[in-house]
Design a protein around this ligand. Structure first.
Ligand SMILES: [Zn+2]
Length: 163
């Protein structure tokens, strides 16, 4: 009984891990081709009964070619990419205060951890500014201070409120 639960749980986490790996390969290699990115080969793994001929043998062939220093017969996977994409376009990220060149790089940037971190930080600052404004009537000292110093982020908060 417990063994069965264990096996099911193991299958589930393995599937989740595989999905995560696939996503990583897609993001890290396939969506950013370049000289520093190795070729990625796809294997048909959906039918376990054909494991030998559709997974093991092609995989060995690729590895063997690589070791012997020649190109494998199989062709690497390429992500379908947009012909209209601009490799030299400028994108200014106000949030991170950075310039990103290229549409693909920009798409990767706005999904990146560092960008999301900055975004979160900025939102937190903005909500603090809103809170500070809301408490103005209660604490006139704080109000004066804000007016004198000029509160960074306050204008941004206003922009958000009006939209
Ligand atoms: Zn950014």
């Amino acid at each position: 009984m417990f063994q069965k639960i264990g096996i099911e749980a193991l299958k589930q986490v393995t599937k989740r891990y595989a999905r995560k790996q696939n996503r990583w390969i897609k993001n890290r290699f396939l969506s950013r081709p370049g000289p520093s990115v190795p070729p990625v080969y796809g294997l048909e793994v959906s039918d376990v009964s054909k494991w030998e001929e559709s997974v093991l043998e092609p995989a060995l062939e690729i590895v063997q070619s690589f070791i012997q220093g020649h190109k494998p017969a199989a062709t690497p996977i390429k992500m379908p990419y947009d012909e209209n994409e601009n490799k030299r376009s400028y994108h200014m990220c106000d949030c991170c205060d950075r310039i990103i060149i290229g549409d693909r790089e920009w798409a990767a940037h706005i999904k990146s951890k560092s960008h999301l971190h900055q975004l979160k930080k900025k939102r937190r600052l903005e909500s603090n500014a809103v809170n500070a404004r809301e408490s103005q009537s209660i604490s006139p000292d704080c109000d004066r201070e804000l007016k004198e110093k000029g509160c960074p982020g306050q204008n941004d908060a206003e922009l958000i409120c009006s939209t």
